[in-house]
Write a protein that binds this ligand. Structure first.
Ligand code: FES
Length: 497
């Protein structure tokens, strides 16, 4: 009935609103206040990244489906012209440092655009990906002249759960894929486009094959995203995951995932500890919740909202952390005043740090208002589920337990690739899901190497199988020929004909 200030909206509502915004507007929202900056760094808002397009004013941020078709020629030509202009300017600047004076580029929109792209990439790597990297599924850097191998290496280290990576026509080298040298680090990858990456050699294919996991290994279950994140991101936050019964109102119980803070050494006097519980039948976005937990969450002023999280503090116990870091605790609302009020009303609140709170606080999920807060011992955080619009828990992408899930691989124009690289891909279980395989412009592979690889690609669609016309390889009658003859700017052994 009454009106509410936007800062009083539950975080779930704010995130729903944020989902309607593009990356540019999200960044503007992040500048409003600290709480919104924390909210903007929610992983589910940054699933699909297109920095090359964003730097040119196209702020699409949906799944990559519509990009599957070839980009239009004019778009590609413009990007190539910009890249050439930038390269010339950069080489001149190496000789004469005064060329780097911004006044020298002010009149050249092509150079300015590439510089903007470079700033955007650096900003993403330094400020955004450290927070949302594990949630990122798509990165498209096709035709980027600003991206370097070092940038790609950083991006891949920060985004261990990528499913779609497009580096078409970039200048990357093998060193960009260093992080893939560990088993199972890119096992979610479904789409890899390295078309026109002329510096790529067999080393990258060896790393890729290792990173995709090993179907023949008894340790293949360790290719799960959780394991990869553990390998790449270092020690996880001090949370312990349990599956067990959660009490619902009326004494009913339900299986739930329970994230529990590990008991700390210090602060054992802090009681109870914090516990998050998620209903397995309608799971929340685990990555989001982990982030909220790390960042202290965003306040939720009204428990009457179905499925909303509420905090109750254990009566009167003093948190050792709170004295110095009051902000560290917030689970909820938009304003500091709101939380100060809550602190005052409930006495002391818990910081949630494992080092200073004992492990007695409990986290639990629940459905709407039916959860019995008393079951938590008076201290519970309850969160609504956060699935994308129109997505049910049952139709989200399955990642757990999947590996060597590559469906699309293009090495078109990677002319250093040889049979050795193809053999690497053939090992550890091959590429059982690959449907699209483009080896156009790879004249140093042979019939034998192709045959070996194709024999472990049972899902390969001949229509989407491309290789040099001069090789009498597998499926010669049904496979498509080399694509690069028509391309004009990608390596092909017949381009001079
Ligand atoms: Fe031989 Fe294109 S690489 S036909």
């Amino acid at each position: 009935s009454g009106s509410a200030h936007i800062s009083e909206l539950p975080m779930e509502i704010l995130i729903r609103l944020f989902r309607y915004l593009g990356p540019e507007d999200l960044c503007r929202c992040g500048q409003v206040c600290t709480a919104w900056w924390g909210l903007v760094k929610t992983g589910s808002l940054w699933r699909h990244l297109y920095p090359v397009r964003w730097a040119r004013g196209d702020f699409y941020s949906g799944p990559p489906g519509y990009l599957d078709q070839e980009p239009d020629e004019e778009w590609v030509k413009n990007l190539q012209d910009e890249g050439r202009a930038y390269q010339e300017w950069d080489e001149d600047a190496d000789v004469d440092e005064s060329v780097r004076n911004p006044n020298h580029t002010a009149d050249n929109p092509a150079i300015n655009t590439v510089q903007r792209e470079k700033r955007l990439l650096n900003g993403m790597i330094q400020n955004l990906l450290p927070a949302v990297g594990p949630s990122v599924r798509t990165i498209v850097l096709a035709y980027s002249s600003a991206v370097s191998s070092k940038m790609v290496r950083q991006i891949l280290s920060l985004c261990p759960n990528l499913t779609h990576l497009d580096l078409t026509q970039t200048d990357v080298t093998d060193s960009a894929f260093d992080s893939w040298a560990s088993l199972g680090v890119c096992s979610s990858l479904e789409h890899l486009d390295l078309s026109g990456c002329e510096k790529i050699t067999d080393h990258t294919l060896k790393r890729l094959s290792l990173g995709l996991g090993d179907l023949t290994s008894p340790l293949s279950s360790r290719n799960s995203p959780e394991w990869r994140t553990k390998l790449l991101m270092g020690p996880p936050p001090p949370l312990k995951l349990e599956v067990g019964p959660a009490l619902l109102a009326g004494g009913r119980s339900r299986q739930a995932m329970i994230f529990k803070r590990r008991p700390g050494v210090r602060g054992s006097s802090c009681s109870p500890a914090h516990v998050f519980v998620f209903d397995l039948e309608e799971p929340a976005d685990i990555e989001d919740v982990a982030e909220w937990s790390r960042h202290g969450g965003i306040p939720v002023p009204d428990t009457s909202t179905a499925g909303v999280l509420e905090v109750q503090t254990a009566g009167g116990s003093s948190c050792c952390c709170r004295r110095g870091r009051r902000q560290g605790l917030s689970t909820g609302s938009g304003s500091a005043a709101y939380w100060q009020q809550r602190y005052l009303s409930f006495g002391e609140a818990q910081c949630g740090h494992s080092a200073c709170c004992g492990g007695e606080t409990a986290l639990r999920t629940f459905k709407g208002a039916e959860f019995d807060l008393q079951a938590t011992g008076g201290s519970a955080h309850l969160r609504t589920k956060l699935l994308p619009e129109g997505q049910s828990p049952n139709n989200r992408t399955e990642h757990s337990g999947t590996f060597r899930s590559l469906r699309f691989l293009s090495l078109s124009g990677c002319y250093h690739v040889t049979d050795m690289g193809l053999r690497s891909l053939s090992q550890r279980g091959g590429l059982p899901r690959v449907e699209h395989l483009n080896l156009s412009g790879c004249p140093f592979v042979s019939e034998v190497g192709l045959q070996e690889l194709v024999s472990v690609c049972p899902a390969l669609n001949d229509e989407h199988f491309y290789y040099c016309d001069n090789i009498n390889g597998p499926h010669a009658d049904t496979a498509s020929g080399c694509q690069n003859l028509q391309c004009g700017f990608r390596v092909c052994c017949r381009s001079g004909e």
